[in-house]
Structure formats: C-alpha cells, structure tokens
Design a protein around this ligand. Sequence first.
Ligand code: NDP
Length: 275
Amino acid sequence: MSQQVWFVTGASSGFGEAFARYAIAQGHKVVVTARSLDKLAAIAAKAPDQVLAQPLDVTKAGDAEAAVKATLDRFGRIDVLINNAGFGVVGAVEETPMNELRAQMETNFFGAVAVIQATLPTFRAQRSGAIVNISSLGGQLSLPGFGAYSASKFALEGVSEALVAEMAPFGVKVLIVEPGSFRTNLAGGAMRHMPALDAYAETVGATRDFAHAMHDNQPGDPAKVAPAVAKALAADVTPLRLQLGADAVDMVRTHAQKLLADLEAWAPVALDTAL
Ligand code: NDP
C-alpha cells in the first residue's frame, strides 16, 4: 500500500518526532500524540492535511482509546503503530524506591500495552498492519544502574514476542526495536536519577557518569531510525528484533554468545533434572 496511516506515541521529541517527520515525508497520514498538544503544534503545522495531533498520556486510562477513535474518525485505519513513548531511570535496585520503579513500568510497559490493546481490534479487523515496539539494547541485557529501565523494556519484549504469534494469523507484523545510544532528549531533563548510596559507587557510578555524559554526545542519528524500521517492515521476513547502532549490535551479540555458552556449559546439569 503506498499511502499509510502511522500512529506515533511520544511524537513531541526524539525518535517519535523523527518517525512522524519520516512518515510525513513519505506522504503518509500521521497521528502524532504526546502528553501536551502544545509540543505537537509545530509538527502538526508542517502538514495539516496529513497530520492529526492528539493528546495521549500513555499512563492515563482512556487516552489511548480516545486517540484511536479520533484516528479512525479522521483517517479510517491504522497501518503502523510506533509505540515509542518512554523515559529512563538510573539507579541501583536498592536506590530505586518502589514508586519510581512502578512509574517506570507504568509508562514504558503498561502504557505501551494500553496503546497496543487499544489498537488491536482495528488491526484484527483490517487483517493487516504493523506494531513497532521501541525497546532498547537494555531490553535484551542490563547493566548496573539500569535495572528499572531494563525491567520495563524486558517486559515489553516479553509481550511483543507473544504478540508476534498472536497477530500472525491476522496478517499483522510485530517488530521489537533495540536502539543503542541515539541523540534524543532521553538523557536530558526527563531522565530520573535516583539518590546515590556510597555502597554502589563502584558498580553503578560508571553508569551514572555515562548517563550524565551521554546527553548531546550520543553517536546515533534519530533520523536514520525510521527508514531502518520501514525497511525491516517491508522485508518478506521481518525480524523479531532489530538492533540499531554499533553499540547495540556489539553488546547484544556479546550477550547472546554468553547466553549460548552458559546454556551449553550447564546443559548436562539442566538435563539431569527429570523425574
Ligand atoms: P525523548 O525524551 O526525546 O522522547 C520521549 C518521548 O516520550 C517524548 O515525546 C515524551 O513526550 C514521551 N513521553 C514520556 N512519557 C510519556 C507519557 N506518559 N505519555 C506519552 N508520552 C510520553 O527520548 P527518545 O526519543 O530517546 O525516547 C523514545 C523511546 O526510545 C523511549 O521508549 C526510550 O526508552 C527509547 N530508547 C531511546 C534510546 C536513545 O538512546 N535515545 C535508546 C534506546 C531506547 P512528552 O514528554 O512531550 O509528553
């Protein structure tokens, strides 16, 4: 299909904004969503005929359904969901109060699932479309200080993996995207740094320093993400996971090799457990 309808969460900044700009440039219709309509005014003004701006806080009950209804009223369908809204928490597990952990899960996991659930009836009825879940290289492995963030992305990946098989009979693709460090606002004001305990200086300290220093220094170009995702979606065999950036490719590869090495080394013990 040449002209599509894209629905983007977190479109006010970073990847989300870049996805919206890409879709507009391709001539698609685009529903841009974020918590504040003000932050969407510039992108909506860029192509009023193609763009619908809708308020959507992924943590607010009913917002996703209302945005989907507005989409169907205006454009009649959804071809590509870019499930992108999210933020990061930095802190050791012990340094992260439960309310912060829950807030991380509310946005990055439950929020993403709420948007998926709101769009699934449309995808099933259409018997076509694609759901793109923006995870992270931190959705495949974790590091000291990224426990809460990784938990939210691991959870999103778990749901995504089940969804691939659930949606296949309806002709709907599901793609997990695992970017490394890209030049967005993720590490700016919205990143939440937990109060540091001295006990974790040696383990989490490097992650804290990295998270502070990465803002405006990330190697990845957010404008190159949407074309890469579009290429994966257009492929006959869309991968389950798409890593983006040399850091993501290297770290996920090393992690996968270690996983396989551990599995092989411990297989005799693992297999010696039958009744
Ligand atoms: P930005 O901070 O630039 O953008 C985050 C977007 O998420 C904003 O548009 C923000 O909108 C939105 N958002 C945050 N909370 C909510 C909410 N409750 N409801 C709706 N929207 C919300 O960062 P990125 O573009 O980097 O982040 C996008 C995604 O990419 C995230 O899921 C992040 O985890 C992931 N990612 C980013 C990487 C990177 O290096 N940049 C690496 C790996 C993954 P607003 O605040 O205006 O409402």
